[in-house]
Design a protein around this ligand. Sequence first.
Ligand SMILES: [Zn+2]
Ligand SMILES: [Zn+2]
Length: 416
Amino acid sequence: MISIPKGTKDVLPADSRKWQYVEETAREVAALYGLKEIRTPVFEHTELFLRGVGDTTDIVTKEMYTFRDKGDRSITLKPEGTACVARAYIENGLSGGAQPVKMYYIIPAFRYERPQAGRLREFHQFGVEVFGAKGADADAEVIALADSLLKRLGLNVKLHINSIGCPACRATYNKALKEYFAPHLGELCADCRTRYEKNPLRLLDCKEEGCRKINLGAPVILDYLCPECRAHFEALKEYLGLAGIDYEIDPRIVRGLDYYTRTVFEFVSDDIGAQGTVCGGGRYDGLIEEIGGAPTPAVGFAAGIERLLLVMEATGAPIPEAKGPKVYLAGLDDGCRKKAFALAQELRAAGISAETDHMGRSVKAQFKYADKLGAEYVAVIGGNELAAGVMNVKRMADSVSETVPFASAAEYFAKK
Ligand SMILES: [Zn+2]
Ligand SMILES: [Zn+2]
């Protein structure tokens, strides 16, 4: 017996409807906001993620699925979507067309993490990228899109926003952070002592209890924003107001990479404990330049589909059931079954979902099975019916029966 690799999961036929529902809802909402889908490869050159995700991040230092291919290239399974979309935007000349370019994707992504609820080594994301628009109205629209999706999925979430400024104001802030943390260095975890040297902003990200306590007293970046970044943040709040979206300002949300700029946001659910962030994003005006393009403003978010499903299940958010077949054709004997088989094919050709027996069941057992499938109608063909060229159609909801000639079966069900 060969088992599934650790940290991966099968989506079984009984569960795939939930996935389709989330994906369909995401596509519908994306279309409402004028986004088009972009599809990029599952693997990329490792270099893309070193630069586009950041070589000091946990993702890049600890979690990537990286290997040499037979041509001795370093290849990595995508650990996230944004860098891939940015690469495609540059490489395909989308930067030369009408701006902004608004895109979404639904992808598998891969990170070698300790598997836990809602966090797998192969996981799935719905992501949005808007390239080319620098105003806070674009940030607000991206947030509104996420908000619409989460609401449609029946989730009760809170929006937290922050601004992490630009490289200019962040330099001042980093200095203030280092001054604050210097006397506490001995109390910080090993990772944080490295962060202190390399990227002080990420000190605020630490999940260790001891570090978190110290973080509470740290200076807040909003107090260090330059006039342009402050104006952008004020405009974001104004546009969120215009969109009717409530928010809380949370100065502890950070993205510790230089190419992240200004807006950062998270949608948080109280319903799954510590893993509460269901969707996170922000602005990264430095990313496209970082991976070799011209300076281009960019804003987006990603939502983990496993995480969304986890919250939906925890809160009992309604998920529409998959529909059963329109009609189940039950045949009494071999001759009748063959007629049922042929009729099922005729109905499908006419766009009507139809099923028939493959197990040699009795008519009674076929009825039971049809009921289990959720068939709307059961059409029974016995010896007499076969001779007369008709079938006995029963509506399962109320057991009302009608006799329907084979010749008009497609027409009959098309109207139902
Ligand atoms: Zn600034
Ligand atoms: Zn720490």
